[in-house]
Design a protein around this ligand. Structure first.
Ligand SMILES: [Cu+2]
Length: 274
């Protein structure tokens, strides 16, 4: 018994050398890197790409002098679409550290329009390290998509809204945890989260008599500034159109129509196929 106790004790001690961060980049692929005179900015996502709609993005800042990663940066970012007639931004989160002693920073950006031959997105990253300000800007790839995952529209209250699909990223034949986001265009450059609304959902299979599914739950917020959570019921694989209605705090529908015998789709919706 003593021998065993010693064995396990020593085993545990040998295993214990502290590895606080095993692999920060696990499950991430590099989107791109760009630089200024002092640093190389690395952008990561699960897919290694940026896309139309909601994007979870991670950032690292590498110091060019010693190739170390900056752990004490304060970062902000500004995505801008340069269109022929004007420029505008999109919904975005603040940028925060993933873990205290790590090198990764995280946030989200919701591209509501795709690029084209003459109009493009870029991302300006501003950061401060030990009181010194730095900046770097890079073009970001936002190609058009076949499935709709983001809606940008004028509500009946004359406010422009953006409603984007976030989860499930890999839908299953099940009642899935649904996450969506709701933002409004305050001006061309600021798109804050809208609080206290409801995103009503009605998933349908147009190829099969437009049938629905049971046990869906409309998406609502669990706290100001947050994304919206609901339940998305998918009873079989294939193409689903998730019809939406956006209701404000008092329940007034600002955009979107109910699905009836004579109306088979809403004017705002998401599309998934799995
Ligand atoms: Cu645009």
């Amino acid at each position: 018994m003593l021998a065993m106790a010693l064995f396990f004790t020593s085993c545990r001690n040998n295993d214990e050398p502290v590895t606080p961060i095993t692999n920060e980049l696990e499950g991430l692929k590099k989107i791109k890197e760009f630089s200024n005179n002092t640093h190389i900015i690395e952008l990561y996502s699960a897919s290694g790409t940026t896309s139309l709609g909601y994007n979870d993005i991670k950032i690292r800042i590498k110091n060019k002098t010693d190739n170390s990663y900056e752990k004490n940066a304060t970062i902000s970012w500004m995505p801008v679409m340069h269109m022929t007639s004007m420029s505008h931004s999109c919904p975005k989160s603040t940028v925060t550290k993933v873990s205290n002693d790590g090198t990764l920073y995280k946030g989200y950006i919701v591209f509501q329009m795709p690029q084209n031959a003459t109009e493009y997105w870029d991302l300006k990253v501003d950061y401060t390290i030990n009181g010194t300000n730095y900046t770097a800007t890079s073009v970001i790839d936002v190609p058009a998509q076949t499935k709709k995952t983001v809606n940008s529209f004028m509500g009946s209250d004359n406010t422009r809204y953006i409603v984007a699909y976030v989860e499930p990223k890999t839908p299953k034949v099940a009642v899935n945890d649904l996450v969506v986001g709701v933002w409004k265009m305050q001006d061309m450059m600021s798109f804050p989260v809208v609080d206290g609304y409801t995103v009503k959902i009605d998933p349908r299979m147009p190829s099969m008599g437009n049938h629905s599914s049971p046990n869906n739950v409309h998406a609502t917020q669990n706290g100001a500034g947050n994304l919206y959570n609901g339940k998305l019921s998918l009873t079989m694989t294939g193409y689903w159109k998730i019809n939406l209605q956006l209701a404000n705090n008092s329940g007034t529908i600002l955009k979107g129509e109910e699905i009836t015998a004579t109306n088979e789709a809403s004017s705002i919706f998401f599309e998934i196929e799995f």
